[in-house]
Design a protein around this ligand. Structure first.
Ligand SMILES: [Zn+2]
Length: 256
């Protein structure tokens, strides 16, 4: 079984009710954040005040992945805001029967992030993280409901959300990311995947391989070398320090 993706329009309550009627397995509403301060920067996901643990874990996974990819931090409580900003955003996702997230990955008001939001590579990276999160948390496939924040509301048809620093709107670019994610999801079949190691350059996948679930992967920043132990448990040729204490060495490496 694979994924199908449907974009829901109308007011937010109607979108959620329609997704419920269609028995969607997951619901995503895409926004970009905005602040009066041009330096404000963090990735956060709003989940409903009634959110399931799946919604919460999905939101945290997504926020962390975005923060790592774009070199920012996660906001809220480890990447999620349960019930939104004092209730704002709650009604956008709390009426679904399926897990639901409202994404605020980057800031439209942050000049470099706005540049990333406008770029093909930035949109592709966000789409890939979203598609990957859906494959991870909903491996059996099914109908995925997408909602473009602000746009297509019956009650406020001209709303496009925040202005991007340097030009463009939040909603038009959220829509581009969702369209790219929809293509990624529908191109390949759904299937629970083993642990994969991937090497990417920008939005291009250079290499991928299956690694043992128990393998301790070790990055040597001195040698720009990634060690994957053999599947039978034999350690790969690694510096003596890495063999003696691989976890500690990995942490040290990552901290530099
Ligand atoms: Zn918004």
């Amino acid at each position: 079984m694979g994924y199908t993706v449907k974009f829901y329009k109308g007011d937010y309550l109607q979108r959620q009710q329609a997704a419920n009627a269609d028995k969607a397995v997951a619901y995503v509403e895409h926004h970009f954040n905005s602040s009066a301060s041009p330096t404000a920067s963090y990735a956060v996901v709003v989940v409903g005040s009634n959110a399931s643990s799946t919604s919460r874990n999905w939101g945290r996974w997504y926020a962390k992945a975005v923060a790592e990819q774009f070199g920012t931090k996660v906001g809220g409580d480890g990447g999620i805001l349960v019930g939104g900003w004092d209730g704002r955003g709650d009604g956008n996702v709390k009426h679904t029967k399926m897990p639901a997230v409202l994404l605020e990955p980057l800031f439209a008001s942050h000049p470099q992030q706005a540049e990333a939001i406008r770029s093909e590579a930035g949109q592709a990276a966000l789409a890939r993280i979203l598609a990957e999160s859906i494959r991870r948390f909903f491996p059996d496939g099914g109908l995925v409901a997408f909602s473009v924040g602000h746009k297509y509301k019956t009650s406020s048809p001209n709303d496009r959300g925040a202005a991007l620093a340097g030009g463009g709107t939040e909603a038009d670019h959220a829509e581009k990311v969702l369209e790219k994610a929809a293509r990624l999801l529908t191109e390949e079949a759904a299937a629970p995947t083993p642990r994969m190691l991937r090497v990417m350059q920008g939005d291009r996948l250079l290499f991928e391989t299956v690694v043992d679930e128990d393998a301790v992967i070790h990055w040597s920043s001195d040698r720009n070398l990634l060690f994957i132990p053999e599947a039978d448990g034999t350690p790969a040729p690694a510096p003596r320090t890495a063999r003696a204490a691989p976890k500690k060495a990995a942490r040290r490496g990552a901290g530099r």
